[in-house]
Ligand binder design. Structure first.
Ligand code: ZN
Length: 202
């Protein structure tokens, strides 16, 4: 399986990192080795002093597809969940400055937290509110209505480049409020009041 991630999909988050608003979605991948095993803590990697949490809505692809038209994209997923795209912001800043790929900053072991999924029918995907709590305090409060590209548009876009397969995941981008994690933090992801994940940082 593969993990396809979208960057810069919320205007306020683009602003907080002083990035340019993209003309098309920013896309990068994480390998399956990036997945944090269930019930494991996240260990801050030794190569970074500034690992950030980014809570994101996740889509689980349910069948193979290529060149999917956005209007048919909802046939390609049944479940949505939440996850974290852990990002070594200092490493990423270095990569950006040099025009290098982001994988060392974004695709390292444990960098993909994948929470519990729920049937998509339980939500209004165009108006889905979700939060990240750090030590029981809300640090990110997002809503899919603020996405620059909606879920079905993202599926249409990425499937022009990558054949989607059953079990693939799409990380749809983070809203504003990203920040650094420290040892002993506890991170909890909530979508419309339902807990999707809870992890410890070590
Ligand atoms: Zn992200």
């Amino acid at each position: 399986m593969k993990i396809i991630c979208i960057g810069r999909n919320y205007a306020k988050h683009i602003k907080e990192l002083e990035n340019e608003r993209p003309e098309s979605p920013v896309v990068f991948l994480k390998p399956d080795s990036a997945i944090l095993p269930k019930n494991h803590p996240f260990f801050i990697p030794p190569f970074s002093n500034d690992v950030h949490y980014e809570v994101e809505v996740l889509i689980k692809i349910n069948k193979v597809g290529k060149h999917i038209a956005a209007r048919f994209a909802d046939k390609y997923y049944d479940e949505v969940g939440l996850g974290i795209d852990f990002t070594a912001r200092d490493v990423q800043a270095h990569c950006k400055e040099k025009g290098l790929p982001w994988e060392k900053a974004k695709a390292f072991d444990g960098s993909a937290v994948i929470g519990q999924f729920f049937p998509k029918e339980e939500f209004d995907l165009e108006n889905l509110s979700f939060q990240l709590l750090k030590n029981n305090k809300v640090v990110q409060n997002g809503n899919t209505k603020a996405m620059l590209w909606k879920i079905d548009e993202l599926i249409g876009y990425v499937s022009q480049y990558f054949t989607l397969k059953k079990g693939d995941l799409i990380f749809t981008g983070t809203p504003a409020g990203v920040g650094k994690v420290s040892e002993n933090d506890e991170l909890t992801g909530i979508m419309e009041g339902k807990k999707s994940f809870q992890i410890k940082v070590k």
